[in-house]
Design a protein around this ligand. Sequence first.
Ligand code: GN1
Ligand code: MG
Length: 339
Amino acid sequence: MQDFLKFYGIKPDEFTIAPLGNGLINNTRIVKMCNEDKSYVLQKINTNVFKVPENIACNIELISTFLQKNNPNYFFAAPIKTIDGKQMVNTIDGYYRLFPFVKESYTIDVATTPEQAYEASKQFAKFTKELIGFDASSLKITLPDFHNLSLRFKQFELALITGNKERIEDVKKLSKYLLEQKNIVDEFKKLKNDFRVRVAHHDTKISNVLFYKEDKGLCVIDLDTIMPGYFISDVGDMMRTYLCPVSEEESDFTKIEIRLAFYKAIVEGYKSEMGEELTEAEMQSFLFAGKYMIYMQALRFLTDYIMNDVYYGCKYPKHNLVRAGNQAELLKRLQEFTP
Ligand code: GN1
Ligand code: MG
């Protein structure tokens, strides 16, 4: 990966490089400069997922330009340009880009305090709010139908017909449960007519927020899935990833629970920026947002397991099955929950 740093004027003997974070899609490294107190984040784009990386670059450029003009103080973590002004480098081996590493900032993998959840939620809401005057429809669709729950459900049904026969047999109980929750798809189809299309982040896990100074939120990162979308995508993925003390990776499902204080923190953090903008229908849909995203993620993990793990990386044979089971358990807990 380091070869490509020459496009930024960085020479091979000037840095050290190490893996960073635990994203499932892109390959991320930290580049530390040897002779100065400066680091960068280097990332290779997964082109099996993002088929047209130029679309990502185009969206980031449009948004950067808008923000620079309308709100130059907003910190937008766009990639650094190459020596010849490009936002990413296309080599035979793939697409790479380089981000500044913000000094003294850090990321969190699991929310351990409601304050962290509040701060993260506020940052995602702020991002959408800063772009209210921006024409969301001018953005390129980097992942078609990314959060289209109706399609994810159909893909799951199709997997149950065309997928790995042994695995289908093996997951019967879990599949049955997920099929029985189809009412969430119906509710999504009905509700979405009352939701506004705005600029949404679409990957609001807490590790996609930079924190500084004792858990103050600084900005959002991981800009690849910025697209026109609904607030339930962003709020829902926060519910999915902050409500529970353990992540989607946890195989001991007895540890899965919904933390009320974190629920309140997500809602309040979001409203602190977007409160005035949300429609009545949106105001009423915070809880639904959580069900929508958790259900979709359970369907996606189980679909991938049945289709022989072609999409998400796997660290052990039944990894995607564990993730799917974990998300189904989380959905059950959320369905029993009253805020
Ligand atoms: C993927 O790569 P990462 O971890 O940022 C996925 C998200 C899922 C998430 C589950 C482009 O995100 O939709 O919620 O895994 N991103 C894509 O961990 O599919
Ligand atoms: Mg991501």
